[in-house]
Design a protein around this ligand. Structure first.
Ligand SMILES: Cc1ncc(C[n+]2csc(CCOP(=O)(O)OP(=O)(O)O)c2C)c(N)n1
Length: 334
C-alpha cells in the first residue's frame, strides 16, 4: 500500500530529473569535462527507496550517483561545482561526478563497478555492532552483479544477518554489453541462492518501488538480515552523455561498415558476418531504447497523479525555480 502522498515523492523525482538536465547542459557547453553518467530513467528507484531512509542510514552508490544524492538532500550547488572540478565543490573538485562523498549524509559513490556492495556491507556491520537500528543501501547495476566482490558482500551480509538493502538498477546493459550475453542464470535467483530475501519490481513505477522497498526496509529494521531488490529501468541517455551507440545512425554507418566488411585481407567471412550481425543488433536495440519514452518514470508518475486529480503545477514551478537558482549560483561562483 502506498502510505504516503505520492506528490512528495514525485517532487524528489522531478528534482533529480531537472537537476540532471541542467548537468547535461553544462556538459554540452564544455563546463564539465570527461565522462558523465546520468541516472535519467532511475528516478523512481532513487526516490522510492530513499523515502524509507532515516537519519543515520547510509548509502553506497555507483557511477550513476546523482539521483540518490539529490533525493537525499545533498547541496545542489556543491554538487555542480564538484562536477565542474572546482576547489569549492563537494569533494574539493577532486572526486568528479563518480567519486562523491558527503559525510553529513553518510553517502559515498565509486566508479569501481560492484564496490557499493562491500562499502554498504561494512557500514551495515558497524550499524549492527552499534545496535542503532540503522541500515545501509547499496545501489548498483546489473553489470555489477557479475563482480565477485558484490557476491562476497551478499554472502557475508546473509551469514551475519547484516542490515543492508542491495538494490540492482537493472537496465539490461553494461556499456555496450547486453547483460543477458554475459550473465549465467538469473540475477534474482542468484541473490535467492544466498538465502537472501529477494524481490523484483518495475523500477519505473514509483508506487511499486516505494511499496517493495518499504517492505524490505521494515524487514531489515526488524533484524531479519539483508534484502535484495531488482528494479528494472530504462537507460534513457545511453551509457554516458555523447554515447556513440545512442547516436549511431544506420545511414551514416552503411558506408564504413560495407568498407570494413569487404576490405581484404581480414578475418574469415563467417567471422565478419557474425560481427556485423552483432553490431546491427546493438544499434537496433539502442534505437528502440531511445524511443521507449513510455517507460519514463516521470511521465508515469505524472499520469498517476493526474488520474488521482492531484494538481502538480505548483510542484513543477517550485522545482524548476530551485534548479534554475542552483545552476545560476554554481555559475556565478566562477
Ligand atoms: C571493476 C570495474 N570494472 C569495469 C569498469 C568499467 N565500467 C564502467 S561502467 C561499466 C558498466 C557497468 O554496468 P552496470 O553495473 O550495469 O551499470 P550501468 O552503467 O548499466 O548503469 C563498466 C564495465 C569499472 N568501472 N570498474
Amino acid at each position: 500500500m502506498f502510505d504516503r502522498d505520492l506528490s512528495a515523492v514525485y517532487r524528489q523525482m522531478l528534482r533529480s530529473r531537472l537537476f540532471e538536465e541542467a548537468v547535461k547542459l553544462l556538459w554540452e557547453e564544455g563546463k564539465i569535462s570527461g565522462e558523465m553518467h546520468l541516472g535519467i530513467g532511475e528516478e523512481a528507484i532513487a526516490a522510492g527507496v530513499i523515502a524509507h531512509l532515516r537519519d543515520g542510514d547510509a548509502m553506497a552508490l555507483d557511477h550513476r550517483c546523482t539521483p540518490p544524492l539529490v533525493v537525499r538532500g545533498v547541496d545542489l550547488v556543491l554538487m555542480l561545482r564538484e562536477f565542474m572540478g572546482k576547489g569549492d565543490g563537494l569533494c574539493r573538485g577532486m572526486g568528479g561526478h563518480m567519486h562523491m562523498f558527503s559525510p553529513q549524509h553518510l553517502a559515498a559513490s565509486s566508479g569501481i563497478v560492484g564496490s557499493s556492495g562491500p562499502l554498504a556491507t561494512g557500514f551495515a556491520m558497524a550499524a549492527q555492532y552499534r545496535n542503532n537500528n540503522c541500515l545501509s543501501l547499496a545501489f548498483f547495476g546489473d553489470g555489477a552483479c557479475n563482480q565477485g566482490m558484490l557476491m562476497e558482500s551478499f554472502n557475508l551480509a546473509v551469514a551475519w544477518e547484516l542490515p543492508v538493502l542491495f538494490v540492482c538498477k537493472d537496465n539490461a546493459w553494461a556499456i555496450t554489453t547486453q547483460s543477458s550475453h554475459v550473465t549465467g542464470g538469473n540475477i534474482l535467483e542468484r541473490a535467492r541462492s544466498f538465502g537472501m530475501d529477494s524481490q523484483e519490481v518495475d523500477g519505473t513505477d514509483i508506487e511499486a518501488v516505494y511499496t517493495s522497498a518499504g517492505n524490505a526496509v521494515d524487514r531489515i529494521r526488524n533484524g531479519r538480515g539483508p534484502s535484495f531488490l531488482r528494479a528494472f529501468c530504462p537507460r534513457m541517455q545511453g551509457h554516458y552523455l555523447g554515447d556513440p551507440l545512442r547516436r549511431a545512425n544506420m545511414m551514416e554507418l552503411t558506408i564504413p561498415l560495407t568498407k570494413a566488411f569487404t576490405t581484404q585481407p581480414g578475418a574469415p567471412v563467417a567471422e565478419r558476418s557474425g560481427s556485423l550481425g552483432m553490431l546491427l543488433t546493438l544499434v537496433g536495440k539502442a534505437t528502440v531504447e531511445k524511443q521507449l519514452t513510455r517507460n519514463d518514470p516521470i511521465t508515469r508518475a505524472r499520469n498517476k497523479l493526474k488520474a488521482q486529480k492531484i494538481d502538480i503545477s505548483a510542484i513543477d514551478k517550485e522545482v524548476e525555480k530551485e534548479i534554475k537558482q542552483a545552476l545560476e549560483s554554481a555559475l556565478l561562483a566562477e
